[in-house]
Design a protein around this ligand. Sequence first.
Ligand code: B1M
Length: 212
Amino acid sequence: MSDLKALSEAVVNGDTKTAVTETQRALDAGGSAQDILNEGLIATMNEVGERYSKGLIFVPQMLRSGKAMQECTNLLKPFFQEGEVTSKGKVLIGTVRGDLHDIGKNLVSMMLEGAGFAITDLGVNVSPEKFVEKTREVEPDIVGMSALLSTTMPAMPQTIEALEKAGLRNRVKVMIGGAPVTERYAQKIMADSYASDAGSAVSKAKELLGIS
Ligand code: B1M
């Protein structure tokens, strides 16, 4: 899809206005929202990460790219809304303590919501105590945790432990994800499920609750 090149460039440059225009242009040209998301946006954020790793860009540029991506994702949201909310189950989701990355977590929320789950999104930098408090209040079927930093991954087992101590662990399924997280890590910390991307988060969530 050559049209997505301009979108990708705009996201890399943190040019939100052009990125949004290009997203709309791609949709108007009949592009699928899924392709625009995967090829135009997610792939571009990986490129942004590589540029940051190589020292070609710095945190402010990364932040601008993130903002551009979020705005474009908002435009795509209606295309992923198919199911009837609340019919599938309740998901409490957040990015773990110390971690401010929310683009992936927001995509997972968007896809789950589109598939019919009711979402309570706790945002970023969510402490184990907050997860516990909200689990009591919301009574979710699934607690979802996202982490993008290797340094914040330990907050996942800490949250699971906090749920255990509060006597809530056996009332919920725990799903985890985020770029540094692996299936193996999920098994190690005794999470119930791991999803590598937003699409598989939906199938894993359904699997966890035994629905098709
Ligand atoms: Co940061 N950052 N960042 N960053 N950032 C990474 C993660 C990094 C890999 C960049 C790099 O070095 N190449 C690196 C982490 C290294 C590591 O720990 N291994 C890094 C760093 C170092 C940092 C700072 C420490 C930089 C600094 O300050 N010196 C700092 C930390 C701040 C903090 O959190 N305390 C920081 C800050 C930021 C910004 C704020 C500027 C910005 C975030 C903006 C925002 O989120 N609102 C930012 C960004 C944009 C990135 C990169 C470039 C892009 C992340 C992203 O949005 N990807 C990232 C590089 C990269 O990932 N390649 C990087 C797109 C998104 C769709 O993918 O989040 O992986 P992802 O989500 C996927 C899956 O992982 C999965 O589904 C999603 C959709 O398919 N998934 C789940 C995610 N959560 C899930 C939960 C589930 C299931 C699946 O179940 C519940």
